[in-house]
Structures are given as structure tokens and as C-alpha cells.
Design a protein around this ligand. Sequence first.
Ligand code: SF4
Length: 128
Amino acid sequence: MLEIAALEKPAGVTCRHSTGTACGIYPARPSACAQWDCLWLKIPALPDRLRPDRSGVLFSLDLRAPEAGSVEGACIVGRVVGRTRPEQERSIAAAFAMFVREGSLPVWQVDGRYATRLHPGGEGTARG
Ligand code: SF4
């Protein structure tokens, strides 16, 4: 659940237009929504089972680390957006490991209000 300035929606809060399974204003959604793609759509190496509605984790390229007071800077964020089934956990861990191995950007894992930095420098935890 990302920040959408046009809707005054902060990160981590469900959009008021969400039906729970889709966008309730899809034809008229803000351009920020229409132009945005998650990393599952951008990276062919990520398998079908990691589609966010199947895996429960949304990987995105964010412009600000998910911690209070962070300055602008690109990073990879894997955000829990739904229920993660046990059979998905290995795929999700492999995706995080792939981003950490690639190593060019910081990698964060976000679950609710808690953000854990996986790269660089091992784990750091912050409340977003
Ligand atoms: S796509 Fe629709 S539901 Fe999702 S954030 Fe944009 S307006 Fe809200």
C-alpha cells in the first residue's frame, strides 16, 4: 500500500477506492496509479506465483526508504499486502535474495508499520 499523493493516501493505508479485490474507480484512477507498475510486471524473471495477489507480497521500486524521516533515494521494497501462504514463502525468500544479490539498491521488507532493511549491511529495523 503505497503513498498516492493525488489521493492524499499515505503509505501503509488501504486506498478508500479499493474494493478489496480491485480498484473501484479504475477508469478514472489517478495518473499515478495508471502509470505505476510493480516489479512483478517489470521483471520477467519473477514467476507467476509471485504476482502480488497470489503471493501476498508486492515488490516495488520506491523513491524513498520506508522509514520515518528518510531522504529520497531509490530502493527495492517488498511489502506484505495480503495473506502469504506457506507454500509461497520459499519463492518470496528467493525473490528477496535475488534483489539482495543484485546489490545495486537498498532492499527493504515491510510488514504493516515495520520495515526491515535486508541490504546493505544486514538487518536494520525501523517503524515507518
Ligand atoms: S488503483 Fe484505485 S484502488 Fe489502487 S490506489 Fe489507485 S485509486 Fe486506489
